[in-house]
Design a protein around this ligand. Structure first.
Ligand SMILES: Nc1ncnc2c1ncn2[C@@H]1O[C@H](COP(=O)(O)OP(=O)(O)OP(=O)(O)O)[C@@H](O)[C@H]1O
Length: 603
């Protein structure tokens, strides 16, 4: 029997630490062709803008030549001034248009990449997410793709135009006077050498920097999420938190990078500035020996001094490349994760019984379920009980394939759940989680999540059946009240009832309840039990229960211990047997009648 294994550990998967120089480009090449026209126009405009930037220097050179040779006329003077007056704003206009186009391209590609990541993540097995900390997830989805903006919006148009204009200007300089041109470029090989060393250092440090960044992100998210615990245990001093260590580590890595990088950057800029000294020395000497005129000297002083400006742009862009490539690598690694196997075959199912056949399962750290076999007939109630950690939730989550079994098989209506199309399986199964998750949306949108085409009346009927209608109507905007993070906060019991309403509206033939009444108060528990009876009428119900009085009428009770079924039967039969269930029941009834503090405990 084939098994479909879960994804590798997400904590390590997206962070290989290796820098693939072309990773960023490879990541977007598929989408780049859709934006090819925009990119080419943007590069063309950026190049034109750089050339228009140096054109006024040529105009000044021509003017000086005219004046020094006594050929200057008023009309020629105004023509040249007019040309300068046009080229400067046109150059800026071209640069503005190039930037606008490159940003539109970048945002389109980023949108596409994020959608690709989100769609791909939705296809990955749940195991991938349970190993992923929210700080890292945020980094992969939000911060890392953001860095590609620098590549697409700046590096491609500005980098390519800088390179092109640098080559053109070099040729131009040599065309005017090869000796002066040589003086202008003599320091360039040293500058390029320093640039390549700086890029190599930045590639070496980028990995440590990204790692420190991710750790700080994770730590910050945890720090904020754990604030109530931090406060109650008096750990509010940041110095005592791991967060402080993560922040310090990032600062250390940044300083280390600065220490390695700043001297190189400084030398690079100093050499660029030193260019003028060489040009002036050679130029004044050539002027002195009458080899060049004043116009040529001025031309080289102005153009030669600016000659390295494109190099400075490249230097600024290139030292970000390592970070961009690492971000692209981690996004690539997410996209390379194998999606959960989906047969995409809608198999014929006439009944909705669930059968576990010698099921084994482990999360990767030892067996959690061992040789579990049972059959839950359609329309019956199967209760799972057992000590904490015995594997009840794990067993239940295998049915909708949150994880795939590592041995044996699970069938629904006679079909292996792995052979069914995922959407068919999901249509068959409703799940009420122990800690229900509600989206930041209105209450009716949250309930309608169970069936998007449900009418308002159906949403209200489901809420009534889940005993949620009354408290919803008492909220400021009733069913239109926005709930979730940063909005109207609900109690645990209220959230649970909304999630029951959501499951009710889905009306799936198999329902799994993971301690669905855990947060309900005694007054509403009876009502919710009644609602659950309505929800699960004629359905195959698998219910995990710690509150054992809720499952006394179950058709079968499975007692789990250390991942094995140790007892099975009905409530009365299991009590009469006097085994593990009887002991659990005794402990449960005792805990229900024991006050938090006995009278004799009081001082
Ligand atoms: N995502 C996970 N990754 C690794 N181990 C896990 C994961 N979820 C649960 N486990 C382990 O599997 C075992 C069974 O856990 P499970 O949550 O299924 O037990 P349970 O009987 O439902 O417990 P409880 O009654 O406390 O909810 C435990 O040892 C637990 O630590």
């Amino acid at each position: 029997m084939k098994t479909h294994t879960d994804a590798p550990d997400a904590e390590t998967a997206p962070q290989s630490g290796k820098v693939d120089f072309l990773a960023s480009l490879k990541l977007v090449t598929g989408a780049l062709h859709t934006q090819r026209g925009r990119i080419l126009v943007s590069i063309g405009l950026a190049t034109l803008s750089v050339l228009l930037e140096v054109l006024p220097i040529w105009v000044i050179y021509k003017l000086i030549l005219m004046i020094t040779s006594g050929q200057a006329t008023q009309s020629a003077f105004w023509l040249h001034v007019g040309l300068m007056a046009v080229t400067i704003p046109v150059g800026y206009l071209c640069f503005g248009l190039a930037t606008r186009l490159s940003h539109v391209t970048a945002f389109n590609l980023l949108y596409g990449l994020r959608m690709r990541l989100a769609r791909h993540l939705a296809k990955l097995p749940i195991g991938y997410f349970s190993n992923m900390r929210s700080g890292r997830a945020k980094q992969t989805m939000i911060s890392e793709p953001e860095k590609l903006e620098l590549l697409i919006a700046h590096a491609i148009p500005e980098g390519i135009s800088a390179l092109v204009s640098w080559v053109i200007v070099t040729i131009w300089l040599f065309a005017v006077d090869w000796r002066m041109a040589l003086a202008s470029v003599i320091l360039t090989p040293v500058s390029l050498g320093i640039m390549s060393l700086a890029i190599r250092i930045s590639y070496r440090e980028a990995s440590a920097m990204q790692d420190a960044n991710v750790k700080m992100n994770e730590s910050m998210v945890e720090f904020l999420a754990g604030m109530p615990v931090i406060k109650i245990f008096g750990h509010t001093h940041l110095e005592r938190q791991d967060t402080a260590k993560a922040v310090t580590r990032l600062a250390d890595v940044q300083s280390e990078m600065g220490r390695a990088f700043v001297p190189l950057g400084g030398t690079f800029y100093a050499l660029i500035l030193a260019n003028i000294t060489v040009i002036l020395t050679v130029g004044v000497w050539l002027l002195y020996i009458c080899q060049i005129g004043l116009g040529t000297l001025l031309f080289f002083v102005i153009l030669g001094a600016n000659y390295s400006t494109p190099l400075m742009r490249l230097f600024d862009l290139f030292h970000h490349f390592a970070h961009i490539s690492l971000s692209a690598t981690s996004a690539r690694e997410v996209l390379d994760q194998l999606p959960q196997h989906d047969s995409q075959q809608h198999l014929p199912i006439t009944t909705h019984d669930i059968v576990f056949e010698s099921v084994n399962f482990d999360y990767g750290g030892g067996e959690v379920l061992n040789d579990v076999s049972f059959s839950a007939s359609a329309g019956t109630v199967t209760a799972l009980v057992g000590p904490s950690g015995s594997g009840k939730t794990t067993l239940a989550t295998l049915i909708p394939r949150f994880y795939d079994v590592t041995g044996g098989r699970i069938t629904l209506g006679g079909q292996d759940v792995r052979d069914m199309a995922l959407d068919q399986l999901m249509d068959c199964v409703g799940f009420v989680f122990q800690d229900p998750f509600l989206f930041t949306a209105t209450i009716s949108e949250n309930i309608r999540y169970g069936r998007p085409d449900a009418t308002d009346d159906e949403v209200q009927d489901a809420a009534r059946a889940a005993c949620a209608h009354d408290f919803i109507m008492a909220l400021p905007d009733g069913y239109d009240t926005v709930i979730g993070q940063g909005a109207q906060l609900l109690s645990g019991g209220e959230r649970q009832r909304i999630s029951i309403a959501r499951a009710m509206i889905k009306d799936a033939p198999v329902v799994i309840l993971d301690e669905a009444t855990a947060f309900t108060d005694p007054d509403s528990e009876a009502e919710i039990q009644q609602a659950i009876k309505v929800l699960t009428r004629d359905k195959t119900l698998i219910a995990i229960a710690h509150r054992l009085h809720t499952i006394t009428e179950a058709d079968q009770i499975l007692v789990l211990d250390c991942g094995r079924i140790t007892e099975r039967g009905r409530h009365t039969g299991l009590l009469a047997k006097g085994g593990q269930y009887a002991r659990l029941w005794q402990d449960y009834t005792l805990s229900q009648s024991t006050p938090l503090r006995q009278k004799e405990d009081l001082p």
